[in-house]
Write a protein that binds this ligand. Sequence first.
Ligand code: ZN
Length: 156
Amino acid sequence: MMEFTHCPCGQGQYSSCCEPLHLGKAKAETAEQLMRSRYSAFAKQQVDYIVATTAIGQQAQLDRAALLSWSIDNAWQQLEILNSVPRVDASHAMVEFKAYYSDGQARIHHEQSYFVKHQNAWYFIDPTLQTFPSMKHACLCGSEKKFKHCCATFIR
Ligand code: ZN
């Protein structure tokens, strides 16, 4: 009998939900699916996946050690999707969610995240990093547009 392991994102069995994405055997088809799989990746300490699903031009700035301790130090309890807008514009989407976790104390992380589609894959746009391209330079997502005409709009 196959063992049933709940997917951290709350949508059924891990092996048929976020695990294939974490293993690189499937790709998120929507920004919401990517968001779910990134939450699950924190719960399952899949730091490579967190990095690989952040906007291409931002990956080098990520602190892998910090991501790993953040994922280990918290107990990931539940994900609640509050709102999902699959097309904010031609290549961007928005997902609003609450992540319930505990670092000894019950906490809720409430966020509106923006995602960009590049060459048929979805990526998270991290608004918290230190440096961004200048407005006239190529966008961080890998598109050939200027930053100001692409992802800049979604970073506040
Ligand atoms: Zn962009």
